[in-house]
Design a protein around this ligand. Structure first.
Ligand SMILES: O=C(O)C1=C[C@@H](OP(=O)(O)O)[C@@H](O)[C@H](O)C1
Ligand SMILES: C=C(OP(=O)(O)O)C(=O)O
Length: 429
C-alpha cells in the first residue's frame, strides 16, 4: 500500500467578495462508472475530460489488473480497450468507495484470484451485503467476515447471476456495483433492497442511466428493486461532466463572501443532482443560474440556516455543515446516519471540528444540529477526508487562523484543490 503524504495547510481568509471562474475536473462518479462499463463492453470506448485524481487512478489500475487495456496517455481523452477478463494478484482500493464496491463483481467475471485491500480507513467501510450477494449468485469470496476489507475473489470467468436480497442502507454503491456488472452475468441481476432507505438516490439513477446508455436493459420501475437483463454492453464515447460535489465548496465561497463563482462547461442535462443542489443553495441565500456560460452562483454574504434531509445528497453534508456554522440561524441536517461509514465517521468528525472552532453542535443519530456562534481559529483534523478539508477551507474564508491538519487528502477527487482555492481567494485566475 502506498504511503500517503500529509500536508498541513492554513486556509486563506477572503479579503473581500470572491469573483472566480473555476474550471473543475470531471465527476468522480461518472468517470468511475464509465471506466467499469467500458471494461465490460464488447468494443473500445473513450472518456473525454475524465477525472485525474486518486480515485480514478485506482479504478484504472484495478481494471488493468483485471486484463483491461486503459490508455491514459492523453489527460483529456482516455481510451479503454476491453480484454478477456483475467485476475492476478492484488487490487488497492485506496479509500475509494466506488473501487471497493464496483470491482469485486467485475473480479467475479475474471478467471483467477484477486485480493482486495485499501487504506486503513477503508477497512471500516461497509462491504458485507455485497460480499453476501456475490456469494448468493455463485461467486467464491474469501474473507470479509465482518463485512469489511480485506477480501479475495476467486473468479471463474463467469457469474451465474439471478436475484439477490440485500440491505443497502449503508451505501447505494452496494447496489450500483452489482448492477454495473450485472449485464455480463448469465442470468443478469435483480437486486431487491430490504431495510431502512437506500441513500444517494441520484447516484442510483446515474447508474441506471449510464447502463442504459451502454445498451443494457434496466428495469427500475419498482421502488427498491433494480433488474439488469443479461446482454452485451456497447463501447462508446463518454463525455464526463464537471464534478458537482467538488464544485460545492467554490459555490459556498460565493455565499460566504457575497461574491460570484462560475463553473463553465456545465451541460444542460446533467447526470448529477443539479436541481436539488440549486434548491438547497437558494434556501441558504444564493442565486443560482444555469446559462450558456455555465452554472453561476451569487451570494450576498448572508447565509441562512435550514432544516434539510440530505439522504440523497449525503456527500455534500460536510460543506453544507460548514455553511450552516456561518449562517444567521440554526440548522438541522438529517437523513445522513450512513455518512458515519464514509471516508471517516463524518458526523463525529464534523461535530468535533465545528465545536472546537466555537460553533454550537449537537450530534444526532442521523445528522447534526448546528447553532451558529462566533467562531475562532484552530486546527481542524481532516482525518484524511477530502470533504472535511473542503469544509474547513470554507470556514477559513470567514474565520482567521483555521488550519487543516492535512490538505493532501483532497487528491482523492480534486488534487488541484489547494491551488484553485488560493487562486480564487487572491483573485489570480
Ligand atoms: O456511486 C457513487 O458514485 C457514490 C455514491 C454515494 O455513496 P453512498 O451511497 O455510500 O453515500 C456518494 O456518497 C459517493 O460519494 C459516490
Ligand atoms: C463518500 C465519498 O466517496 P466514496 O466514493 O469513496 O464513497 C465522497 O466522495 O464524499
Amino acid at each position: 500500500m502506498a504511503k500517503l503524504s500529509v500536508i498541513p495547510w492554513r486556509a486563506p481568509v477572503a479579503a473581500g467578495p470572491v469573483h472566480a471562474t473555476v474550471q473543475l475536473p470531471g465527476s468522480k462518479s461518472v468517470t468511475n462508472r464509465a471506466l467499469v462499463l467500458a471494461a465490460l463492453a464488447t468494443g473500445p470506448s473513450t472518456l473525454s475530460s475524465p477525472l485525474l485524481a486518486r480515485d480514478s487512478a485506482l479504478m484504472v489500475a484495478g481494471l488493468r489488473a483485471l486484463g483491461t487495456h486503459v490508455s491514459t496517455a492523453a489527460d483529456d481523452r482516455w481510451v479503454v480497450r476491453p480484454g478477456r477478463l483475467h485476475a492476478a494478484g492484488h487490487i488497492d482500493v485506496g479509500l475509494a468507495g466506488t473501487v471497493m464496491r464496483f470491482l469485486p463483481p467485475v473480479a467475479g467475471l475474471a478467471a483467477g484470484r484477486v485480493a482486495f485491500d485499501g487504506d486503513a480507513l477503508a477497512r471500516r467501510r461497509p462491504l458485507g451485503p455485497l460480499v453476501e450477494a456475490l456469494r448468493a449468485i455463485g461467486v467464491r469470496v474469501e474473507g470479509g467476515p465482518d463485512g469489511v476489507l480485506p477480501l479475495t475473489v476467486h473468479g471463474t470467468g463467469e457469474v451465474h447471476g439471478g436475484e439477490v436480497v440485500i440491505d443497502a442502507s449503508a451505501s447505494s454503491q452496494l447496489v450500483s456495483g452489482l448492477l454495473l456488472a450485472g449485464a455480463r452475468f448469465a442470468r443478469g441481476i435483480t437486486v431487491r433492497h430490504v431495510g431502512p432507505p437506500v441513500p444517494a438516490a441520484p447516484h442510483l439513477r446515474m447508474t441506471v442511466q449510464m447502463l442504459r446508455s451502454a445498451g443494457a436493459g434496466v428495469d427500475d420501475a419498482t421502488p427498491d428493486v433494480w433488474s439488469v437483463a443479461p446482454g452485451r454492453l456497447s463501447g462508446r464515447g463518454w463525455q464526463i461532466e464537471p464534478d458537482l460535489s467538488s464544485a460545492l465548496p467554490f459555490f459556498a465561497a460565493a455565499l460566504v463572501t457575497g461574491g460570484e463563482v462560475v463553473l463553465p462547461g456545465w451541460p444542460r442535462s446533467s447526470m448529477q443532482p443539479v436541481e436539488q443542489v440549486r434548491e438547497l443553495l437558494r434556501r441558504m441565500g444564493a442565486d443560482v443560474r444555469l446559462g450558456t456560460g455555465g452554472l453561476t452562483v451569487r451570494g450576498t454574504g448572508r447565509v441562512h440556516g435550514l432544516d434539510a434531509d440530505l439522504a440523497g445528497l449525503s456527500e455534500l453534508a460536510p460543506v453544507l455543515a460548514a455553511l450552516a456554522a456561518l449562517a444567521d440561524s440554526p440548522s438541522t441536517l438529517h437523513g445522513i446516519g450512513h455518512i458515519r461509514g464514509h471516508e471517516t465517521d463524518r458526523l463525529t468528525v464534523l461535530a468535533r471540528a465545528l465545536g472546537r472552532l466555537g460553533t454550537g453542535v449537537t450530534e444526532l443519530a442521523d445528522g447534526l444540529r448546528i447553532t451558529p456562534r462566533p467562531m475562532r481559529g484552530g486546527v481542524v483534523d481532516t482525518d484524511r477526508d477530502h470533504r472535511m478539508a473542503h469544509a474547513a477551507a470554507v470556514i477559513g474564508l470567514a474565520v482567521p487562523g483555521v488550519e487543516l491538519s492535512d490538505v493532501a487528502c483532497t487528491s482523492k477527487t480534486l488534487p488541484e484543490f489547494p491551488a484553485l482555492w488560493s487562486a480564487m481567494t487572491t483573485g489570480n485566475r
